[in-house]
Design a protein. Sequence first.
Length: 81
Amino acid sequence: METIDLFLTRKCVRQLRVRYNLRRYAWSAHLPLRILTDFEEFAVYDCWDKPDKSDKAHTGRELYLDYSGYPQRRRRSPPFS
């Protein structure tokens, strides 16, 4: 069963600590993808590789959208199949 990680704090998608914790949890639980969102921003992370605290923000990120990109993205095909 897959779950979605939802954080309601504003700008959580930009916080390095939150991204690291998300990837670390998913990696240790052998979960392939995780979604991080605060509804203004939406990010999908590939979590197969072991995270490191020194990783850059884009490490493992497969998709990033802010709220202005939602309508355009919705019209296209899904990014994962």
